[in-house]
Design a protein. Structure first.
Lengths: 363, 476
C-alpha cells in the first residue's frame, strides 16, 4: 500500500502513477475501488489551531478523533457533527478528517450550522497530474478566486487527493436538551419538525424514527437559554402532543445514534436520500422500506431495503437525490447537462483517469 | 489599469448584433445608443468607466438564453450585471462587450415556510427578500451594507457577506439552488430545495465565480426564522491591540455573538459627525451584538461584559432599546457613505487571521505615513475581514495611483500574515493583478480549468479575476 508522508511525496506518486489509484483515508467509509491502494493515513497532524480565531488546519489523514479531542480541550467542536460510518458499514479503522471532507459528511446539526462544506475554509490537494493546488486558506471569509474548496468537498476524491483541510470551528454548547414527541406518523412528524425549525428557538437537530414513532428536536446553548427555549418550544409543539424533555446525557447519546444511523442496523441495502423536507412523507411511503429514519427535519432520509431492491424505480422522479451507502455502489444519476459539466471537470482535473474511474468508489 | 485590447471586428458586428437581438427581445430591452449605454459604463468602482457595445435587459430565463446564444455565435463578450454596486469593478464593461442586466428579473416564484426556502429571480434586491418574508417572521441572513441596492444576482456572483455572517455565514451558506444559463445558451438547474449536492458541488463553485461561469437567473435561498430580539453593546478601548485581544477572548469564551464590528478613531469621528450614533471618542470601538429573548440577551451580554471588563474598556454601554440599537447600527452601516461625504476613498477588504490584527493595523499605520494618505479602519472583527478606507483626492493628479499602490501594499500584507486579498467584495478588475501574490500559477490554472468547462470560449466577463497575461491564451 502506498503511504506518502509528505505532500511532495504524494505528488510524486501521482505523477509517476501509470494506472488507477485506489485512494483511502481510514477506509471506514470506503468501497475499495480498482487500482493500486494509496492511503492518506501517513499525512497526519494538526498543523494549526487557533481557538481565538475559530480556525483549525489539519493534514488530510489526521484521525477524526484527534481533531475532535484537540477541539474539545478548548471547549470547541466541528460544527457539522460528522457521522461515524463504522457502525453502519461494519468497517474498522480510524475515520480521517480528509475522508469526511471527501464525502461532505454532515450530521444532525446540518439544519442549523451547515454541512461539512460550509465549515471548510481551505484545501490543499494533488490533482491528477500530480500538481499541488491550494484554494481558500485559514480565514473564514475569502472570496479570492473561485471556490474550489466547495468543489472538493463531496467530490469523493474524483478531482484530486486532499492533503490538508482547514475549518471554521465553533464553541461547543454549554449544555443541550431534547424535546421528544411520541406517536406521530411521518407526515405529522415532518410538520412538527417544521414548526420547531421555523420557530425562533434555534433547533439544532430534528429527527423522526418511524419504528418508534418518536420525534426529537434538540436545542443547545447556555443553560438559562436552553431552559427558556425548551419551555417555548414545548408550547410550539403542543398541537402535536406533549413533549417530554430528555436530559443532556440522554440527549447526547440519542443524537450520536441518529448521526450514525443506528436505526439501519441489520442486513440489506442502506440508502441515503437528500430531499425537500416536505416531500419526505410521500417518498418514505413510496419506498416501502424495512426501516426508515428521518433527519434534518425530513431533508435527510435513511432507508433499509432488501439487498438489490430497485429503489429508484419505486421512488420515480423527485427533487433531490439518492445514494446507496451500504450494498452495491449506486450514485445519483445526473441530468445530461450536469453530467457534461461533471465529466468536463473530471477530465481536466484528472486527465489520465487515475481517481475512481467509477464515481463513488473512493472516499 | 489595463483592459484587453478592443477588437475592431467585434465593434463592427454591432449592427448585426442589434438586429439579431431585436428578434428575441422587445425594443425597450435593448440599449445601444452611445449616450444611453453610458448608464452602464461602471459599477461602484467609479474610477474606471467604459460604455459597452450594448446593454440588454431581458425578462425571463428564455430571453437570457436567447441573448447568450446570439452573443456566443457572434463571439461577443458578455458582462453580467445585477445592480452595479460591485466595489471591485466586477460589472465594468469593455467597449466590445454586451452588458446583460437582470434588473427586470424581479419575481418571487415560491415561498415555503415549512421548507424554509424562497425561490426568486435574481434581479431582486437583497433587502427585498427579507421584505417579502418578514411579516411572517422570517429573514434572509446575508446582509451586505449595500443591501438596499444590490441584487441577489451580484450577491451570488460575489459570494457577498455582511455584518451578521459570523453566525449566519455568507451567501454560499444560504444558497440552495440556481438556474444558470451557460454562455452557449444552455440552461442548467443546479441544486434545489434539498440540502446537499448529489454529485460535484457545482453550486459551491458557481457562487463567487464573479459572473464568469454563467448567468444566474433564478435562485433558491434559505430563509430563517427571525430571532426574538437582538441587542448590541458598545465597548470602547484606548488601544487597538487591547480591542483585538478582547475580540479573541469573547470568541474563546464560548458565546458566539452574531456580529463583532470594529472601528478605529478616524472612522468613529467621521461616523459620529454624520450619524450621531453616540459613539465614544476612543482609539477602538467594538459593536458586539447578540440575539434571543430578553433573558437570553441578558445571559450572553453579561458574559461578554465580564470579559470586556478584564480589558479595562474606556466605555461599556449596552443599548437600552430598539431606537438606540438602530442608531448604533446606522452608524456602522453608514461608515462608507459618511467617509464618502468628506473624501474620495478606496475600500479594501482583505481578510486576516484575527490573531494578526495588531500587526496588520500597525502595518497599515506605517504605510499610511509612508504614502501620506489617511486610512480609516472599519471591519468585521469576528471573522478578520478588514475594510481599510484609504482617503485620497480624485482631483489631484497622481493621488489615485498612490492610493492604489498603497492599497496593494496593504493587501500583500494581509496575504503575508496568512489571509487573503478579498473577503467579500471579490477580485473583479481591482485585485486581478494581485492574484499572483496569493496563488501559484498552478493554483490559478486549477481555477481557470473550471471556466474552461463552463465557458470554453472565455466570453463571459473574461477580463476579470485572473491577471490578463495569465488568461491571454485562453481569451485569444
Ligand atoms: C456602499 C457599499 C457597501 C457595500 N457593502 C458590502 C458588504 O457589506 N458586503 C459585501 O459583500 N459587499 C458589499 N458591497 C459590494 C457589493 O454591493 C456586492 O458585491 C454586491 O453583491 C454586488 O451586487 P450587484 O447586484 O450590485 O452586482 P453587480 O455590481 O452588478 O455585479 C457584481 C458581479 O456579479 C456579476 N453578476 C451580476 N449579475 C449576475 C448574474 N445574473 N449572473 C452571474 N453573474 C452576475 C457581475 O458580472 C459582477 O462580476 C458594498 C458596496 C457598496 C457600494
Amino acid at each position: 500500500m502506498l503511504r506518502p508522508e509528505t505532500e511532495e511525496h504524494l505528488a510524486e506518486i501521482v505523477r509517476g502513477a501509470n494506472g488507477p489509484l485506489s485512494v483511502r483515508g481510514g477506509a471506514t467509509r470506503h468501497r475499495p475501488g480498482p487500482g493500486e491502494a494509496l492511503t492518506t493515513a501517513g499525512l497526519t497532524g494538526i498543523t494549526l489551531y487557533e481557538p481565538g480565531a475559530l480556525t483549525l488546519v489539519a493534514r488530510a489523514g489526521t484521525p477524526m478523533a484527534e481533531v475532535e479531542a484537540a477541539l474539545a480541550a478548548e471547549g470547541q467542536r466541528l460544527p457539522f457533527e460528522p457521522m461515524d460510518h463504522r457502525p453502519l458499514l461494519g468497517t474498522t479503522g480510524e475515520p480521517t478528517i480528509g475522508g469526511a471532507v471527501a464525502l461532505n459528511v454532515s450530521g444532525p446539526r446540518r439544519v442549523q450550522a451547515g454541512a461539512c462544506r460550509d465549515s471548510l475554509i481551505g484545501v490543499r490537494f494533488v490533482d491528477g497530474e500530480g500538481t499541488l493546488v491550494k484554494n481558500g486558506g485559514r480565514v473564514m471569509k475569502n472570496v479570492t478566486g473561485y471556490d474550489l474548496v466547495k468543489l472538493m468537498a463531496g467530490a469523493r476524491g474524483t478531482l484530486g487527493i486532499l492533503s490538508e483541510v482547514s475549518f471554521k470551528v465553533l464553541p461547543a454548547a454549554a449544555t443541550e436538551a431534547t424535546l421528544r414527541l411520541s406517536g406521530l406518523d411521518v407526515a405529522e412528524a415532518v410538520k412538527a419538525m417544521a414548526a420547531g425549525l421555523s420557530s425562533p428557538f434555534e433547533v439544532t437537530a430534528a429527527a423522526h424514527d418511524p419504528a418508534t414513532g418518536e420525534t426529537s428536536l434538540r436545542i443547545e446553548g447556555l443553560a438559562g437559554s436552553v431552559a427558556y427555549r425548551a419551555g417555548e418550544l414545548t408550547r410550539v409543539l403542543a398541537p402535536f402532543g406533549t413533549a417530554e424533555m430528555l436530559e443532556p446525557e440522554t440527549s447526547t447519546a440519542l443524537w450520536t445514534d441518529i448521526r450514525d444511523a443506528r436505526a439501519m442496523a441489520g442486513d440489506g441495502d442502506v440508502w441515503r436520500l437528500s430531499v425537500r423536507p416536505s416531500h419526505a412523507p410521500d417518498l418514505v411511503a413510496r419506498a416501502g422500506a424495512e426501516a426508515a429514519l428521518l433527519d434534518w427535519g425530513g431533508g435527510l432520509i435513511w432507508l433499509r431495503l432488501p439487498e438489490g431492491t430497485d429503489l429508484r424505480a419505486r421512488l420515480g422522479g423527485f427533487g433531490g437525490h439518492a445514494t446507496r451507502v451500504r450494498g452495491a455502489a449506486d450514485v445519483p444519476p445526473e441530468a445530461p447537462v450536469l453530467a457534461a459539466l461533471t465529466r468536463g471537470l473530471r477530465e481536466r482535473f484528472d486527465p489520465r483517469g487515475l481517481f475512481s474511474p467509477a464515481l463513488g468508489e473512493n472516499a | 489599469m489595463e483592459m484587453p485590447k478592443i477588437d475592431p471586428f467585434t465593434l463592427a458586428k454591432k449592427e448585426t448584433l442589434v438586429e439579431r437581438l431585436s428578434r428575441v427581445l422587445p425594443q425597450d430591452a435593448i440599449i445601444h445608443d452611445l449616450e444611453e449605454t453610458r448608464a452602464y459604463e461602471c459599477d461602484a468602482l467609479t474610477a474606471y468607466r467604459c460604455p459597452p457595445l450594448a446593454a440588454v435587459l431581458p425578462r425571463s430565463t428564455e430571453q437570457v438564453s436567447a441573448v447568450l446564444r446570439i452573443c456566443h455565435e457572434l463571439e461577443i463578450p458578455v458582462v453580467p450585471r445585477g445592480a452595479g454596486t460591485s466595489l471591485a469593478g466586477g460589472a465594468l464593461p469593455t467597449a466590445d462587450s454586451v452588458i446583460l442586466g437582470v434588473a427586470r428579473l424581479t419575481d418571487v416564484l415560491e415561498v415555503d415556510y415549512d421548507d424554509r426556502i424562497i425561490r426568486l429571480q435574481t434581479g431582486r434586491t437583497n433587502l427585498s427578500v427579507t421584505g417579502h418574508v418578514e411579516a411572517d417572521g422570517f429573514f434572509y441572513a446575508p446582509d451586505p451594507s449595500s443591501q438596499l441596492a444590490c441584487a441577489i444576482a451580484g450577491n451570488i456572483a460575489m459570494n457577498s457577506g455582511g455584518a451578521h455572517c459570523l453566525k449566519y455565514g455568507v451567501t454560499t451558506n444560504n444558497l440552495l439552488g440556481v438556474t444558470l444559463v451557460q454562455m452557449d445558451g444552455t440552461v442548467v438547474e443546479i441544486g434545489g430545495a434539498h440540502m446537499d449536492a448529489g454529485g460535484l458541488d457545482l453550486l459551491g463553485v458557481v457562487c463567487g465565480s464573479e459572473g464568469q461561469l454563467g448567468l444566474v437567473t433564478e435562485a433558491t435561498l434559505r430563509i430563517l426564522p427571525k430571532p426574538e430580539g437582538a441587542r448590541p453593546v458598545l465597548i470602547g478601548f484606548d488601544s487597538l491591540e487591547v480591542a483585538g485581544a478582547c475580540v479573541a477572548d469573547i470568541i474563546k469564551a464560548g458565546v458566539l455573538p452574531v456580529a463583532i464590528e470594529f472601528m478605529d478613531r478616524i472612522i468613529i469621528r467621521i461616523v459620529e459627525d454624520y450619524a450621531k450614533a453616540g459613539y465614544p471618542d476612543c482609539e477602538a470601538l467594538l459593536i458586539v451584538e447578540v440575539e434571543g429573548s430578553e433573558d437570553e440577551i441578558e445571559e450572553q451580554l453579561s458574559l461578554i461584559e465580564k470579559i470586556a471588563q478584564r480589558h479595562d474598556p474606556v466605555e461599556l454601554r449596552r443599548s437600552q432599546g430598539e431606537d438606540e440599537s438602530a442608531k448604533i447600527w446606522l452608524g456602522r452601516k453608514s461608515a462608507f457613505g459618511a467617509t464618502g461625504r468628506i473624501s474620495d476613498y478606496m475600500c479594501l477588504d482583505g481578510t486576516i487571521p484575527v490573531s494578526e490584527l495588531p500587526r496588520v493595523l500597525a502595518g497599515i499605520t506605517t504605510l499610511s505615513e509612508k504614502y501620506g494618505l489617511s486610512v480609516g479602519n472599519v471591519f468585521h472583527a469576528g471573522d478578520g475581514n478588514m475594510h481599510p478606507l484609504i482617503m485620497y483626492d480624485a482631483n489631484k493628479p497622481g493621488d489615485l495611483e498612490i492610493c492604489e499602490e498603497m492599497g496593494a501594499e496593504i493587501l500583500k500584507l494581509c496575504v503575508e500574515v496568512g489571509g487573503c486579498l478579498t473577503g467579500e467584495h471579490g477580485v473583479g478588475v481591482e485585485k486581478r493583478d494581485l492574484m499572483g501574490h496569493q496563488f501559484t500559477p498552478a493554483d490559478m490554472e486549477a481555477q481557470m480549468r473550471v471556466k474552461d468547462v463552463f465557458d470554453p470560449k472565455w466570453l463571459l466577463n473574461p477580463a476579470k479575476v485572473f491577471p490578463l497575461d495569465v488568461t491571454a491564451d485562453r481569451r485569444a
